[in-house]
Ligand binder design. Structure first.
Ligand code: FAD
Length: 363
């Protein structure tokens, strides 16, 4: 029987913390969320982000119902776009079902963050802004990434370009990562996401801007630059000293491309469920997305090892046939990649381990 007299304290008002808060409050718990900034979404700048829709057969629109989240934010399905490499190789991706949903991040009206805040307040959650709390103060830790091991540099702007979805896999623009140009209704986001050469952030953004401008010049009005980072590290348990870690604070991140929003929402929901139902949180997340997490690590290792050959393969497979089916297999089937498990774990341990968190590489 759930003890709803207990007040749950959550550190961090990102998607993971707010999703946990909404579900707990709806189940009758008193919930306080502490956020160090004066508003939600301060980590972001109105940029577009994609919520991947291929790692599970459950469409994100349906997943939101399970998560008890109303879809009253900018959340637009997309069936594809352009996928390119430098040198012109690439083409158009067209999927029979939505490949991703585009959303906006930040403090503004219509963003995912703002909508979650409103839904949390409506559910009766107490939100305390400008309140930096120690990890020891929380039952649920939703404080986002620790040290950076993937970075993004970008710019948001107004433009007269038509709606555009273009992604470029190229180590010159984005070492081991990808660059993208997203335009919707006259708002643009252009960014480089890179996994090394962090000190050359300005150069990555400049090259990316030049690349897209050379393909087709376009105005960038009211440009606002941003940088951000993500963190991935080996997750063994997401429970430490009785605290439940959710979202990026737990290391729940798509190792391959950094699509962390779905993991953040899902882990927040599962942490709430484990409290409400009195069941093991570790068991829940392993059942629901443990496999995808492990597979995405192997895929990242292989991508970094095989570089442009891997880029070419991804482009070749997604620009013909059924790209959704390919991506779904790519994110789920570790079977064909069993041989890479041990080196992938060693590689990650070397790259991301040793930051003092209670984890060990285990796939
Ligand atoms: C530039 C950029 C682009 C991205 N693009 C995509 C994308 O296209 N698709 C995708 O799926 N993912 C993307 N991601 C990743 C995605 O944004 C994250 O995975 C997701 O926001 C993680 O949610 P979270 O709740 O775990 O953490 P966060 O969103 O980081 O929220 C954590 C919150 O905790 C607060 N906090 C931290 N410490 C404390 C403390 N001690 N006390 C109180 N409050 C605290 C922070 O201020 C923050 O508000 C991107 C990330 C970046 C940086």
């Amino acid at each position: 029987m759930a003890d709803t007299t207990q007040r749950i304290r959550i550190v961090g008002a990102g998607p993971s913390g707010l999703c946990a808060a909404i579900n707990l409050a709806r189940a009758g718990y008193g919930v306080t969320v502490y956020e160090r900034h004066a508003e939600v979404g301060k980590r972001f700048h109105g940029d577009f982000q994609g919520i991947e829709n291929w790692s599970t057969p459950v469409d994100f629109a349906d997943a939101l119902k399970t998560l008890s989240i109303a879809p009253d934010f900018f959340c637009r399905p997309h069936w594809g776009g352009e996928l390119l490499m430098q040198g012109g190789y690439g083409g158009t991706v067209r999927s029979p079902r939505p490949l991703f949903y585009l959303t906006r991040r930040g403090s503004m009206e219509g963003s995912l963050d703002r909508s979650l805040k409103t839904q949390a307040l409506e559910a009766g959650v107490t939100l305390k802004f400008g309140c930096h709390r120690a990890i020891e103060d929380g039952h649920i830790i939703a404080a986002g990434p620790g040290k950076p091991n993937v970075m993004a540099s970008g710019v948001v702007f107004r433009t007269d370009l038509p709606d555009t979805i273009t992604t470029v896999l190229d180590n010159e623009l984005a070492p081991d990562g990808y660059a993208y140009l997203l335009v919707q209704d006259g708002c643009g986001t252009l960014a480089s996401v890179y996994y090394r050469h962090f000190k050359r952030a300005a150069a990555h953004l400049e090259r990316t801007t030049q690349y897209f401008q050379a393909r087709r010049p376009f105005p960038m009005e009211n440009p606002r630059q941003f940088t951000g980072y993500g963190n991935f590290y080996p997750v063994c348990s997401a429970v430490h000293r009785g605290r439940l870690y959710v979202g990026e604070a737990a290391g729940f991140q798509d190792f391959l491309f950094g699509f962390g929003i779905r993991y953040a929402l899902m882990s927040g929901y599962l942490a709430a469920r484990s409290i409400i139902e009195g069941c093991s949180y570790d068991l829940l997340w392993r059942q629901v997305f443990g496999r995808q997490l492990a597979t995405s690590l192997i895929n990242r290792y292989l991508l970094q090892r095989f570089g442009s050959l891997a880029h070419r393969l991804i482009i070749w497979r997604t620009t013909r046939g059924n790209p959704w089916a390919f991506m779904n297999r790519f994110y789920n089937s570790a079977a064909g990649r069993l041989l890479a498990q041990a080196p992938a774990a060693r590689w990650l341990q070397k790259k991301a381990g040793g930051d003092g968190r209670p984890c060990a590489a285990r796939l």
